[in-house]
Write a protein that binds this ligand. Structure first.
Ligand code: SF4
Length: 374
């Protein structure tokens, strides 16, 4: 299967816990908890679910010193690195750094007095953690709103450069930057503009993108336009939905662009009256059953013999509609006949066996999408 590789912009590499961002590191996928941070149990449960879905980094909002103490307890048990989201209060930043935060999301220009900014930056240096500058169109400085009239790409970049200059002045270079707007073209242009001006990694996102369906589409279009230009080192899909969905959509976007091959890639036909088995039901059932599979595998699920054999031959595992039985393919070759009622169980079994075999002999790895074709 032909896989175009997007040439990526080379950025300075930073480290968030055990996850590298920038340089030649894979583009990481992030989400953010939406629980009360003081509810340690609920927040931790959400982080663990996201980790199971493969998330690389989770951001936790820390709005108070009480939440900072809760963060300390969460951090002790978190399976993935945690970024703390802090607005204004430098004391919270200092405390979460002590408690093991893997990155501080705080805008230096919003901290206030110089000695406070210095204290936060010194703390990040002492603990060896990076800072994320996050510029958001919704909270652009008043003077920039006045100067530009609206949150234009140039306004977002000027805002980011103000924060960046503070860090440079304090000789701090391990940071990443996000420039988020809910309008796709504003966001795309802002990232393009900033990418020519700094060497630090960029954290991509379309902010307040919307609900599960519309937000996923908007994020895929927006992030796709940026990523296709080789820009972006880590992403977060912002959805008014379960954070788990943000993780799944994030990986799907990267998979679509061949930037990250994580999990089963299902290739499925849209179905029509020619289908010999229920393709949609099969795809939905498999996606649910295979959520825990992190290895890359192409699986084709095709309704009939029009496109079935051709697509199935290109995948690691394939199933093509046929009568009276469906045809199973493995590594491009027909391997068995399957009854419709057994198709989900058989595919799951074959996929898991293939994943186990690939784990044992990683050298044999090839691209496998789960396909439904039409
Ligand atoms: Fe219909 Fe195409 Fe799917 Fe065959 S492969 S069932 S023709 S949509």
């Amino acid at each position: 299967m032909f896989h175009y590789q997007i040439p990526r912009r080379k950025t300075r590499q930073i480290r968030v816990g055990n996850v590298l961002i920038g340089g030649d590191a894979p583009i990481s996928v992030q989400t953010m908890t939406n629980t009360e941070t003081c509810d340690v149990e609920a927040t931790l449960a959400q982080i663990q679910r996201a980790a199971k879905a493969g998330v690389d980094i989770v951001r936790v909002s820390v709005p108070s010193l009480e939440a900072a103490e809760a963060f300390g307890l969460i951090k002790k048990q978190s399976p993935v690195p945690l970024v703390t989201d802090i607005h204004f209060d430098y004391k919270i930043a200092l405390r979460v750094a002590e408690l093991g935060a893997d990155c501080l999301r705080i805008n230096p220009g919003n901290i206030g007095r110089e000695e406070r900014v210095r204290a936060v930056v010194q703390s990040a240096k002492d603990h060896g953690i990076p800072i994320r500058i996050g510029v958001n169109a919704g909270s652009l400085e008043k003077d920039l709103q006045k100067k530009y009239g609206e949150p234009t790409p140039e306004a977002l970049v000027e805002s980011a450069l103000r924060h960046i200059e503070i860090l440079y002045r304090l000789d701090f270079h391990d940071f990443k930057v996000s420039l988020k707007a809910s309008e796709v073209f504003t966001t795309v242009e802002a990232y393009k503009l900033l990418s020519t001006q700094i060497e630090q990694p960029l954290h991509l996102g379309i902010t307040e993108a919307g609900g599960l369906r519309s937000g996923s589409v908007k994020s895929a279009v927006g992030l796709g336009l940026i990523l296709a230009q080789g820009i972006g080192d880590t992403i977060r899909v912002s959805l008014a939905a379960d954070p788990l969905e943000e993780v799944k959509v994030g990986f799907d976007i990267l998979k679509s662009l061949h930037l990250r091959n994580k999990g089963v890639n299902i290739i499925a036909c849209p179905t029509c009256s020619r289908q010999e088995f229920d393709v949609i039901k099969t795809v939905n059932a498999l996606e649910e059953r295979l959520e825990d599979v992190m290895e890359h595998l192409d699986v084709a699920i095709i309704g009939c013999v029009v496109n079935g054999p051709g697509e199935a031959r290109e995948a690691h595992i394939g199933i093509a509609g046929g009568s009276p039985n469906l045809l199973l393919y493995e590594d491009g070759k027909p391997s068995d006949k399957v009854k419709e009622e057994d198709v989900v169980d058989v595919l799951e079994r074959q996929i898991r066996a293939k994943v186990a075999a690939l784990k044992e002999s990683p050298g044999q790895k090839r691209t496998i999408p789960i396909k439904a074709v039409g």
